[in-house]
Structures are given as C-alpha cells and as structure tokens.
Design a protein around this ligand. Sequence first.
Ligand SMILES: CC(C)(COP(=O)(O)OP(=O)(O)OC[C@H]1O[C@@H](n2cnc3c(N)ncnc32)[C@H](O)[C@@H]1OP(=O)(O)O)[C@@H](O)C(=O)NCCC(=O)NCCS
Length: 159
Amino acid sequence: MSKRRLVARAPAESTVEATHLVLPPDTNAVGTAFGGRIMQWMDIAAAIAAMRHCGGIAVTVAVDDLHFANPIHLGDVVVVRARVNYAGTSSMEVGVRVEREGRSGTASTHCLSAYFTFVAVNARGRPIPVPPLRPETEDDRRRFANAEQRRKRRLALRG
Ligand SMILES: CC(C)(COP(=O)(O)OP(=O)(O)OC[C@H]1O[C@@H](n2cnc3c(N)ncnc32)[C@H](O)[C@@H]1OP(=O)(O)O)[C@@H](O)C(=O)NCCC(=O)NCCS
C-alpha cells in the first residue's frame, strides 16, 4: 500500500442526503417501489459518502441484511441518508437510512436501513489506505463502536 499522508476526517464530512421522487419506472406490478431501485439509490448514496471520506474511488464489497420494513409508493418522496461510521485500513462502513416523506406535513416514515462496506482502490482495483475516522459527537462515537463490533462479526463470517 502507498505511503501517502492521510488526514483524519469527521463523519459529518462524508454525510450524503439524496432526495428522490418515485416515478412509474421505479415501481413494481403492485405500485410500490421496486426494491432493486431503492438498493441502487442506497448504494449510490453510500458510494458518495465513502468517496468523500477517502477522497478517491471506492467499491462496494459487502452489504449487510436488508429488511423492507414499510412500503414506498408511487409518488412518494424518498430521502436517502448515508455517512461513514467506521474506517479500517482500506475499508469503510457506511450506514444508510431510507425514509419516505410524510404528505401534508405528517412525520417521515423509516422504511429501511443497511450497512455497506466499501474498499478504497487504486487504478488497478487494489485496496489502498483510507484516512482514519475522527468521531466528534456522542452519536459518532456510539456508531463507531457499534461498527467496530459489526466489522468483527462480518470478518469472522467471511472466514
Ligand atoms: C474490494 C476488493 C478490491 C478487496 O480485495 P481483497 O483482496 O479482498 O482485499 P483484502 O483481503 O486485502 O481486504 C481489503 C479490505 O476489505 C475488507 N473486506 C474484504 N472483503 C470483505 C467482505 N466480504 N466484507 C467486509 N469487508 C471485507 C477487509 O476487511 C479489508 O479491510 P481493511 O483494509 O480495512 O482491514 C476485491 O474484493 C474486489 O475487487 N471485489 C469486487 C468489488 C466490486 O466489483 N464491487 C462492485 C460490486 S458489483
């Protein structure tokens, strides 16, 4: 791996918020959002967060469980939020949360969340070091500690 100098970054520096309107091509046969489209929006938001943190190219290497807890309908406004929770040597865990906006001022509904792991890569697609993460708030520290535990479980499962 290269020896370039890596300056620690705070989770807030990688935060992404993407807003989408669910249109007919985004739906399935019963008029709810096609799951694959939501996963695409999540992967893109997560990739941008990872790339903001590492300052280069990052590829998806793993996605933890996905559970669609609440449906998203045609015409809904969907907000996808992503931020880096944890940075290892070349990998980053990105937390992604999807909500549908309430209509007429009602509260937003949480639809699903997932943890994506990205790896920073060079032009040959090989892993390169990422900047350390510098948690700043209590929430940042809690997310970092939880992500560290998830990383251990993930790597144990990988074998
Ligand atoms: C990402 C990739 C370059 C990693 O290469 P590798 O030889 O497995 O690299 P390493 O074993 O050195 O692991 C590199 C990092 O990835 C992490 N990692 C690798 N596989 C992982 C997995 N399945 N889950 C979680 N983390 C993983 C390692 O823990 C390590 O993290 P660290 O550097 O922070 O300690 C390689 O697996 C790859 O090219 N995968 C395909 C990526 C892709 O095409 N994505 C698009 C989706 S279609």
